[in-house]
Design a protein around this ligand. Sequence first.
Ligand code: NAP
Length: 484
Amino acid sequence: MHNIKDTTLMNTCSYINGNWHKSDSSFKVLNPATGELIVQVSDAGADEATLAVQAAKSAFKSWSAKPAHERANLLRNWFNLMMTHQEDLARILTLEQGKSLAEAKGEIAYGASFIEWFAEESKRVYGDTIPSLSANQKVIVIKQAIGVVAAITPWNFPNAMIARKAAAALAAGCTFVVRPAAQTPLSALAMAELAQRAGIPAGVFNVVVGEKASEIGQVLTTHPDIAKFTFTGSTAVGKMLIKQCASTVKKVSMELGGNAPFIVFNDADIDEAVKGAINSKYRNAGQTCVCTNRIFVQKDVLTVFTEKFTAAVAKLTVGNGLNDHTDIGPLITSDAVDGVAKLVDESISQGAVLAMGGKRHQAGSHFYQPTILTQVTHDMTIAHSEIFGPVSTIIAFEDEADVIAMANDTEYGLAAYFYSRDIGRVWRVAQALEYGMVGINEGLISNAAAPFGGVKQSGNGREGSKYGLDDYLEIKYLCMGGIE
Ligand code: NAP
């Protein structure tokens, strides 16, 4: 089926308490490149979400009590299985999400790398002893798993957005319930299949797949047995879910939208800047939260950068992600294509100049041409909208102070990029940019060792790195008295 060698990775039911749970109705999972039906998936709702929370609650006591190295070994098994099945997992991912097979393989390796990373980090959850103010007391700090974690994840990274959260949660000793986006449930279910094979006990990792996002979301944000809620998605939905979590005062972390500036200073290495801009803009057809959204180019290098960048974009191949040589796949829905087309048309009517593309692509109803708009200005709608498509906007600037002001003039603060070889400028600009992550002469910045996350309305909390476990741990202070 679909050239997937291990067809048992293609599951169609929610995975709850170690079992595949069939629901009464089903929904369609479509291939965004062709519109074809891939498979019908059992449509879970609030009842199944509640069952999954109960399973996670029951499993918590024994999972959190396991010695860290035992949890680490199981996570390591899961990592190994994901890498063994990288090709099949990538194919499933491309089928339901659209990105090129090469990018999908990269996402599987990236997702798995968080499982490997946190398997190792789980052994290093250290506490503290603090010198006491009193002679007969000892002050000790321990860290404990927070409890049941619920997650909601988006369609743009159907594997990695789950892996980044689940790996840290399970490593910390938490149990986990995830509801993936309805467009991309298959990658999540394939992860569940491999978690089961890895020996991760029933109830520790649960996947609830269903079309009724708000119904399942209501359970996952209000159930009193859930201690922590973690979300990756749009800022608008994130804000609503934070409010829902308030009723039971859950610990919350949010990975939300972005409006990344990409700044090219006069002293930049232009070829490197072009390479970085291509990587950070056109990956996943422009549908990533850290995608470059605004390219600011200093006046002296505007012409040379634009020429070289346009030549590089012209080489990108659009098509079905399963075809060899595809660089840019489809957008996730035809609504997404409509949204991108509207933004481009509006920009042109506001004075932007079309340097390339600007139309729907002949490959199908979900495709849009790689596009470059020049003479964009900071006051245009597109400069303040998350484009989420293969469209670059080039904005000219005069000096450092101007560009920093424009770059920071957004409610978002996820990723920013800039290119310069002046060491003084590098420090000044790195410090001045109000973003959680800054790529300096680098367009691809995310990896398991680094803390991923945003400031302002791009969210809170960090995923990956030595800091990533903190979101899943509580600090407990022990005051031992009566010590002579
Ligand atoms: P979205 O509409 O917010 O959806 C994200 C997830 O929330 C999906 O699973 C969606 O389910 C679910 N959802 C939607 N409405 C809900 C509700 N009322 N209650 C509970 N769940 C609900 O975001 P999107 O447009 O699909 O995804 C793209 C966004 O994610 C962009 O803004 C992007 O920047 C952001 N993102 C951020 C990061 C990061 O790490 N900061 C990473 C990736 C993406 P359905 O899809 O089934 O409706």
